[in-house]
Design a protein around this ligand. Structure first.
Ligand code: ZN
Length: 458
């Protein structure tokens, strides 16, 4: 049904087009945008009154671990930096089962959608016999909710007995990882420009994966035309690990493995020197900047301006909800704005920069050119915010107010032309019931970790 979203308070298109007169949507795509006072060229079936609403392109989350919603503010992991934080949580995550994956995926996606996110990437790297089909479960949940997802088949193959960080109980052998990766690409990956489900391959990090698996994953991804993802240069501990084990810094390690390329995006990308930033830019390797996680774990501060100036696409990621500790994409826009402004100064980082990273930047990182902006021919993914809460009262510039006053929840969210959030609710999802089930599951998972079997390393 051809729909005219009319009379918006403001529209941020992500380009230099003006859509102050509204947006016409048809068959899942944006058919037309209108300047103030204009009318649609063709008859529309529905006129949607957007008075008082600010319209953004649907936000794009470039890095997450949905399952970690089950271990937020986990007492044993509080007040730690990355390596000890991970070591506190690996034994808990070893207890994941299929119901955990389904519930955590649904909760994380619901939370993201309510915050204006229409496309989310997830990095699931923890596979045991209990959750061998984690990505298949995520696909079915995402399809039910109508969210666009880029699900990465993560992996860990370097256990502590071989000098890696994770316990042996949560690593897999390379043959299993590669066979499963190929199966998931064949089963779920859709290469279309308006795809709802895509797959990428994502060996977890230099300290949890062997170099051979990094090389083989890259070869497999390139054979099938899917993207590659990993964590890189997140902490100075990681730099020291790479120097000690491989005799080189993380970026040299990545380069040697054939990963310094434009079909790769890395999470965090903090600890790079000037020469490394120039090499990343020349290769057009993308970065998912995760400000909240970087602050919670005191990991450091991504050099966004130098990276962008060198040609690196920058997107935003909420990262796992155990290090954020939430999955709110609009809040992450504000965190990026605040953190980067602290580094570069008030005149050099504006709300437009932060919104750009969350929209067109994310689309470039994930190679989704039909997403992240509002223009004819783009996918109809739109986030509509109002300024009804006390926090916005008295604000002047409505677009700036979303970022500076702290918008955190959409009124409506359209994905592919369908309303997936309507008046602050997700049709078909009982949020109270979902939250109750998820809380119960988190308590059960924490209980398993405290059982004698788990603490003895079984
Ligand atoms: Zn992460």
């Amino acid at each position: 049904m051809r729909t005219w979203i009319k009379n918006p308070l403001a529209v941020w298109t992500g380009n230099d087009l003006n859509a102050d007169g509204g947006i016409v949507v048809d068959d899942g795509m944006i058919a037309e945008i209108l300047e103030s006072g204009d009318s649609p060229a063709e008859t529309v079936a529905v006129e949607f009154d957007a008075s008082g609403l600010i319209v953004l392109p649907g936000l794009i989350n470039c890095h997450h671990h949905f399952y970690q919603t089950l271990t937020r503010a986990f007492p044993a992991a509080l007040n730690k930096e990355l390596f000890p934080w991970l070591k506190a949580l690996y034994p808990v995550w070893a207890g994941l089962d299929e119901e955990c994956i389904a519930l955590s995926t649904e909760l994380a996606l619901a939370e993201l959608m309510l915050s204006g996110c229409s496309t989310a990437s997830d990095h699931h790297y923890l596979f045991t016999d209990e959750v061998a089909d984690a990505v298949d479960i995520q696909v079915s949940v995402a399809r039910r909710l109508g969210a666009r997802v880029l699900l990465t088949r993560g992996s860990m193959s370097l256990g502590d007995s071989d000098g890696g960080l994770p316990p042996d109980s949560v690593v897999q052998d390379a043959d299993t990882i590669l066979a499963e990766s190929e199966r998931l690409i064949g089963t779920h990956h859709d290469a279309a420009e308006d795809a709802f489900v895509q797959i990428a391959l994502a060996p977890c990090s230099p300290f949890s994966v062997t170099p051979e698996l990094m090389r083989d994953s890259a070869a497999l991804a390139r054979e099938h035309g899917v993207l590659l993802h990993t964590h890189l240069a997140e902490t100075s501990d990681e730099n020291e690990f790479c120097l000690a084990r491989f005799g080189k810094r993380p970026l040299d390690y990545l380069d040697e493995l054939g990963w310094l390329a434009d079909d790769v995006w890395v999470a965090h990308g903090i600890h790079f020197d000037d020469d490394e930033i120039a090499r990343l830019g020349a290769a057009r390797t993308g970065i998912a900047h995760c400000p909240s996680s970087n602050m919670v774990l005191a990991s450091g501060l991504c050099r966004t301006r130098e990276l962008e100036a060198s040609g690196v696409p920058i997107g935003l990621g909420v990262d796992g909800s155990a290090s954020n500790d939430c999955s709110n994409m609009m809040q992450e826009v504000r965190q990026a704005f605040l953190l980067q402004r602290l580094r570069y100064g008030a005149a050099n980082i504006t709300h437009h920069d932060a919104l750009r990273w969350a929209t067109t930047g994310g689309a470039a990182v994930l190679h989704r050119q039909r997403l992240g902006s509002i223009a004819p021919g783009q996918c109809a993914d739109l986030a509509l915010f109002d300024l009804a809460e006390l926090r916005f009262s008295g604000s002047g510039d409505p677009l700036a107010a979303l970022v500076t006053c702290g918008a955190h929840r959409v009124r409506h969210l359209m994905i592919g032309g369908e309303w997936r959030v309507s008046n602050g609710e997700i049709p078909g999802v009982d949020l109270e019931q979902l939250s109750a089930s998820h809380r119960q599951m988190a308590a059960k998972l924490a209980g398993k970790a405290c059982s004698p079997a788990a603490t003895s390393g079984a």
